[in-house]
Design a protein around this ligand. Structure first.
Ligand code: UDP
Length: 323
């Protein structure tokens, strides 16, 4: 199939592009490189460097690619920044996303696969979280993703555009060739691995007084290759709706740090800091729906596999991508 990937130079997008090409699809990456990296784009893909705000450019690129499916990763994704600058999040994640949808309709695209997030659930009233758990986002990032989910429902109803929206839990790990390099790194695993690499003297634990077994936040870490595979399954005609993607296992911040010590063989000093605003104590997915309906089967469900692949990538790319 001809697949058009917005944000294909980003962390999750780059791995998806690699998997889609390996599966024999033709891929066009559309990315501004504001957050993405040129060297994260698989050289087998066509590349269009342009911004999502440019609806005419999107339409031109969709037509040139003869796009049948759009996989939409491009978004701003920093929770803290979204609290400081909500307009940036609503403008890009919703407003510019709608430009992509309008271009999709105009170009006759038949399927739209969207990167949503467990941040749409806010503080869930029960864990593990199923897809019908009420969505009450607690920051503009999560709200922007939930709003776009609603927009997708309307485009499906009014334009017949089939969609699958995946609510990711904590994406982590590396594909071998592609890994995690954010210009501003806020995520736990890469920040802990920086200590093992000798690039930082210590890492920080945000909050030790949560109502969890060891007092630190619990998250459901999922390997990016497994995430990417779910997107390939979603492209099949007739597949439609909202799906959680996680492993259903929760690991605390302390457990993640311990696993990083085990995998790297290095002592990692961690200091205890106050809670980070907006962090729910426990986010763990019930992803049975994706397994049942899409036939999704994670290949790297264990935290040790996730951390090992991340460590391998960071050792080989101690400064991340060069451009
Ligand atoms: N966290 C931490 N130290 C860090 C980065 C994150 O203690 O340097 C915590 C964070 O408060 C959260 C968990 O680790 O409870 C996972 O955070 P991350 O930013 O990786 O993902 P999120 O769950 O926020 O999407």
């Amino acid at each position: 199939m001809n697949i058009f990937v917005s944000g294909g130079a980003g962390y999750i997008g780059s791995t998806y592009v690699e998997q889609a090409l390996n599966a024999g699809h033709a891929v066009t990456v559309y990315d501004s490189l504001v957050e993405g990296h040129r060297s994260a784009i698989d050289p087998r893909a066509n590349f269009v460097q342009a911004d999502l705000s440019d609806g005419a450019r999107i339409l031109e690129a969709l037509k040139a690619a003869k796009a049948e499916v759009i996989v939409h990763f491009a978004a701003f994704a920093l929770v803290g920044e979204s609290m400081q600058n909500p307009g940036k999040y609503f403008g890009n994640n919703v407003g510019n996303g709608v430009k992509l949808l309008d271009a999709a309709v105009a170009a006759g695209v038949r399927k739209f696969v969207f990167s949503s997030t467990c941040a749409t659930y806010g503080f869930p009233d029960k864990v593990p979280i199923t897809e019908d758990t009420p969505q009450n986002p607690i920051n503009p990032y999560g709200e922007s993703k939930r709003m776009f989910e609603r927009v997708l429902e309307w485009y499906q109803r009014l334009h017949g555009l089939e969609f699958v929206a995946f609510r990711y839990f904590n994406a982590a790990g590396a594909s071998g060739r592609f890994g995690e390099h954010h210009r501003i790194e806020t995520h736990l695993i890469p920040n802990v691995l920086k200590v093992a690499l000798g690039q930082a003297s210590q890492c920080e634990i945000y909050g030790t007084d949560y109502p969890t077994p060891d007092g630190t936040c619990v998250r459901d870490y999922i390997h990016i290759v497994d995430l990417a595979q779910a997107h390939l399954l979603a492209m099949e005609p007739g597949r439609q709706g909202f799906y959680n993607l996680g492993n259903g296992d929760g690991y605390s911040v302390r457990e993640v740090i311990q696993m990083c010590e085990k995998v790297t063989g290095k002592k990692i000093t961690a200091i205890e800091k106050p809670r980070r605003p907006g962090d729910p104590p426990r986010l763990v997915a019930a992803a049975d729906k994706a397994r049942r309906e899409l036939g999704w089967q994670p290949k790297f469900p264990k935290l040790e596999q996730i951390v090992s692949t991340a460590w391998e990538w960071h050792r080989q790319h101690p400064n991340g991508y060069v451009d």
